[in-house]
Design a protein around this ligand. Structure first.
Ligand code: B12
Ligand code: SF4
Length: 480
């Protein structure tokens, strides 16, 4: 079976002007499983190479695979682009099998197959075992109608095959790193070549606005020593110097997490890490917190989400303002950059509430603020709770946490946008933060800090340009 994996041409301000393009980990993991099962696999990264849908279709025609496969980490906003791309491929290569996977298609499988003739198969949930079973079924001509974990089109309509159970041993599969033909395309935080890896899948928590715990079914982890070996290999063989942990909750089991960090600390590899970690777990690890820095952890995103204790309760964050403050202080003492994830729109926003949030966020004294808008993804409890709330943004391309979707009662969209930009500006221009930036003595750290400040600023500015551009195009359309 000749399979072509395509990272779709979905472009974002955050990647193009901010952190940089990242390896398409989901596709590489699916690709690794196919390679080990003896199939021929190629990767076409249309996002990082800036190809259009027409150019992708032309490339597919030239390569002539049996099966093309796509999926994207930003699975909801990338969905319309994936569909445009499959439409173009269908026109130029009508016989190639088109397979679609990832979070959004998993939860909208039947609707996607009904609405888009260009999609043949949807792989639901984690893809490794299912894609191998699908390729086997195609190779042996046994038909698609029985492949567990897929949704397919049958003669009498859509067929939803049974769910596949979660992979029990994550180390049984490997990432197809050899599919990357140019490592220089993937860079992060100005540190040079970058990769993404997973120590674990899933999350034991149940925050109402997040659906990731349901997607992976249960929390599982890889062998932490094997992962450290893999990171070391990526560094020595491909010159990778920055690694993002894609885990929802890598710290779930303290001994597994600290074993991974100890292993990294014991190896002489110049690799820094980004990870998303709950404040409560950082506080739990206070006694061993030095290992975080020795292992190379450099940026930690904490989903502080809201500074309002009532909303913390309402979204079931199971955290507290006290833990959040302690966690930020612990990280900062070690020179690890706390990035504060803050969500607007979980409750009803008001000017007074946003002013309070701005003051409270400043108290955490984090280094970066990632302000996001609440998204009513259909597979979350939050979406059901907010069912009565109108949408101000029906365009799915903008359901990316960087654009407002849910209506606010007290603020019009331009007011909320202005408030969020003000929140970001005020946070990043705080004197304590600026002093750290200006007084950094280590030349490498200073260069990184300025790189990040510059790119954060560019994203901030480009989002304003984009907002104004959209507003003026809407006005022009209205007049026409
Ligand atoms: C790492 C990460 C990033 C990185 C790298 C993304 C990348 N290029 O890979 C960065 C920081 C760049 C990033 C950016 C964005 N991200 Co992001 N990101 C993540 C994160 C932390 C992990 C994603 C990941 O790699 N998971 C591990 C892989 C293995 O899982 P996977 O991709 O789902 O793949 C598996 C299955 O889904 C399936 N599968 C997937 N694709 C396919 C395809 C086929 C054919 C098959 C068969 C199977 C299959 O098989 C895979 C293996 O089992 C998640 C949060 C989380 N912890 O889940 C958010 C997350 C995925 N990101 C999200 C979003 C919205 C974005 C942005 C759009 C935000 C923005 N506005 O800029 C951008 C998109 C930019 C871009 N060009 O990628 C949302 C997506 C929400 C949704 N479901 O729609 C998430 C869930 C975070 C959240 N807040 O909820 N992200
Ligand atoms: S937001 Fe984070 S902690 Fe909460 S359920 Fe999702 S992944 Fe887990």
């Amino acid at each position: 079976m000749r399979a072509l994996l395509i990272n779709p041409p979905y472009q974002t301000i955050t990647s193009n002007w901010g952190v940089g393009h990242q390896v398409p980990l989901g596709l590489l993991m699916v690709g690794g499983a196919l390679l080990d099962a003896g199939h021929e696999v190629c990767l076409l990264d249309a996002e990082a190479t800036g190809r259009s849908c027409a150019q992708v279709a032309e490339e597919v025609r030239r390569l002539g695979p049996d099966m093309v496969m796509t999926g994207h980490a930003g699975s909801t906003p990338a969905h319309p682009v994936c569909m445009d791309m499959f439409d173009a491929i269908r026109q130029s290569s009508p016989d190639v099998l088109r397979v679609y996977g990832g979070v959004f298609p998993t939860y909208h499988d039947e609707q996607v197959l009904r609405d888009h003739a260009a999609v043949d198969v949807i792989v639901r949930g984690e893809g490794e075992a299912t894609i191998v079973a699908l390729a086997e079924a195609l190779t042996h001509g046994s038909g698609l109608a029985t492949v567990v974990g897929t949704t397919v089109r049958g003669p009498d309509g859509v067929i939803r095959n049974p769910d596949r159970s979660a992979i029990a041993d994550l180390d049984a599969y490997r990432t197809g790193w050899e599919l990357i033909d140019d490592w220089d395309r993937y860079q992060c935080f100005g540190r040079g070549r970058a990769a993404i890896v997973q120590l674990s899948r899933g999350c034991p928590h149940r925050c109402t606005y997040c659906g990731q715990h349901g997607f992976w079914k249960r929390w599982r982890h890889r062998d932490p020593v094997a992962l450290a070996d893999e990171v070391e290999r990526l560094h020595r063989e491909h010159g990778v110097r920055f690694v993002t942990l894609a885990d929802e909750n890598p710290t779930t089991l303290k001994d597994v997490w600290l074993t991974f960090l100890d292993e990294m600390a014991a190896r002489d590899v110049d690799v820094e890490f980004f990870a998303t970690i709950r404040a409560t777990d950082i506080v739990r690890d206070a006694g061993a917190i030095d290992t975080y820095r020795r292992a190379g952890l450099r940026y930690v995103l904490m989903g502080i989400d809201t500074t309002d204790p009532d909303v913390i309760e309402q979204i079931r964050k199971r955290s507290s303002t006290k833990d959040d403050l302690t966690a930020c202080a612990l990280l900062r003492e070690l020179g690890i950059h706390p990035i504060i994830g803050h969500i607007v729109g979980l409750g009803d926003e008001t000017w007074a509430g946003l002013r309070r949030a701005s003051k409270a966020l400043a108290l955490y004294d984090g280094d970066y603020l990632n302000a996001m808008y609440a998204m009513p993804h259909s597979w979350t409890q939050f979406a059901h709770e907010q069912a009565g709330r109108a949408w101000v943004q029906p365009d799915q391309r903008l359901w990316d946490y960087r654009h407002q979707v849910l209506e606010e009662h007290h603020l019009r969209p331009w007011q909320l946008f202005a408030a969020v930009k003000w929140l970001e500006l005020r946070f990043h221009l705080r004197w304590r933060r600026l002093r750290r930036l200006l007084l950094a003595t280590d030349p490498i750290q200073r260069r990184e800090a300025w790189w990040t400040a510059w790119h954060t600023g560019l994203v901030w500015l480009m989002e304003i340009v984009e907002f104004l551009w959209r507003a003026s195009s809407r006005r022009v359309q209205h007049h026409l």
